[in-house]
Design a protein. Sequence first.
Length: 348
Amino acid sequence: MRIKLLLYIFPLFIFTNVISQDIHLAQANMTPLLVNPANAGAEYTMRGILNYRTQWGSISEPFVTMMAAFDMNFKPPSSSGKKIGYFAGGLFVYKDKAGASEMKTSQINLSLAYHININAKNTFGAGIQGGYFQQSANIDNLTWGNQFDGYEYNQAISTGEGTDFTGISYGSTDYTVGIIWTFRNSEKYFSGRDIFLSSGLSFHHLNKPSIETQGLTPDKLQYRYIWHGNGIIGINEKLSAAPYLYYSQQGSINEIMFGSDVLYRLKQANKYAGEKGMAMGLGLYYRWNDAIIPSIIFQYANYTIGFTYDINTSSLNNATKKNGGFELSLRYVYPNPFGGTKSSARFH
């Protein structure tokens, strides 16, 4: 049974930490700076997000990812009344711990973007991101084929991996660039005619950072390309749809995800009566050849809570019994998406 489990986990370990290394979250719309540095300041005047994800706990030590991000625009008021463009910036940090090897990745990134006016409803932006990641692992808890004595696993047998191969630690700088287009005709939802659309491209690992494991041949982290598109489309006074599309290519590995949330307004904001806007929504996403992802979303004034659960559909489900992972996110944005103050990120 242990050998069979290793056969399931080994290709997963290779995929996650050697070939691609990059983390991915189901709620890609809640990880804007991880996806594209040009997302900084593109949608809101100010935005802060916390993310937590745990997965594959049914077949190994859980893979846990925690992330925090903040972005805002820096545009001062224009003395002429015309706003040609504005700078924006962002910061995100994450920590990822993977499996029994305790493969840990910590990263911090700074983003700088500039957005220009195309017309009253459209903007175009470009961003650059730089950061540093540190990765380490402890393989003392792993089991090896050499420790199978023909009947069962025997810890007393040497791993055959050498005494110097008990830990891994390395770090490197990392750089990303991206572009983004946004359109919106309003600063609020649920009017039945308000639309926000966004689409962007990003290019990751410009410097192809080396993945150095002690005593082994260094490897280069592959370039990664991401295209993403999302929107908030008012259907009527009560309903809005929030579709999201995502495509990533890194070496021979690609990831395709698409789906949408549908939001129902429970209460409209009324600043004179002191009432806060409120909405709830359900959604469904699909990560190609990997998982079906139902979602629940709750919005109250400037805050949003998101919950998703991956139902595994890949060949790994023989071991997972379709149990993937759950993900939580908490977001604060300014201005209030239910109406009121307009975002200084837009041109009026």
